[in-house]
Design a binder for this molecule. Sequence first.
Ligand SMILES: [Zn+2]
Length: 391
Amino acid sequence: MNNVNKKRTAPKRMRNLPSKSRTFKPISRAAAAAGVLTLSLIFTSCGETEHGTTAGTQGSTGKPAGNTSATTEVTTAAPAEKDGTHETTRFEEIPFETVYIPNPEMYEDEELTQAEGEKGKAEITEYRTYLGGELTAEWEERKTLTEPKNRVIIRGTKPIITVKENTVTETLEKYSTIYEECGTMEVGTTKLKTEGKNSVAVKTYRYTYTKGELTVTELVAEEIQERVDEVILVGTKAQSFGMPFIDAENGGVNYRLTQSYGGSNNHRGLDFAVYYGDPIIAVMDGTVVEAYDAGYFSKNNLLWTYGTYVVIEHEGGFRTCYAHLSSRTVKKGDTVKKGQTIGRSGNTGRLNTTATGPYAGTHLHFEIRKYSSSKKAYVTVDPKLYLPWWK
Ligand SMILES: [Zn+2]
């Protein structure tokens, strides 16, 4: 009868109870009747042996206590306890928790301890009641003496590795210009046929930064764009005559003559109705061979009748004359292009003062002269034979 059964609950199971708690655990009848109890050795988190062993040689019950590895179980014979309630007190540490505070200014691998953790402390009192030398009840009370304090760690969230990409275009070879003759375009005219493109390498670089420092540069993509030569068409077709001014009022579709070539007074050219000050333009590329202002010639020289006038020599043995101008913008020896302004319309020289209408007194006297090898001189021809408006 000296062998008393003793069975303890593992203190570990009590840790999470409220600061003051009480557990009551009645002894099972079967266990009491068997007169055998399993006595466990309990180790607290402090590492102290919780409960002493007692003498005894009774065999193991073979029934596991169900405790965790923190419990070592032995079976001993225990001496009879005195009737009444006995209490034992032990202390336990309460572990602290670690709290992390993210900081985007610090890198991922950086930590800063803001506060050290402190363990708490709990007091556990165990009660056992014996009656007739047998354990009839046991329970324990738990009281938190000191609450644990969290360990606070500031942890960086800024990425250690960052990657950027950049695309650059490098010129490898500049394009050339090729001139191509074009028989349907007039001499002196050009036209862009193919736009030139340099040969280039389009490169994409990847830059890897470690904590803001450039550590790796990689070429991740490269595209070569082939060179395309520029092609310019150059006209080879003989230049044709243009009109000596733009018909401003009608967009060049209603040229109006006030006097034709020839006639009873042997008119040497065409008289065009124009507004005073209209731009007068060269009908073809050429060189200015005569350019005089009104008043330069005396009235006994027939040239005075032209007033301010310009004569241009062209390819193919032609010359053109523009007379009665209010002003001229070229001088003898100048090279002019087809369509280039050579002066402004006006009413200088001898005019038909009987003319009526909006162009009265102001007109362009225009001549085309062709070189005659037999006469070894330039002779006037009817401009209607050459000007596009009549062709
Ligand atoms: Zn005339």
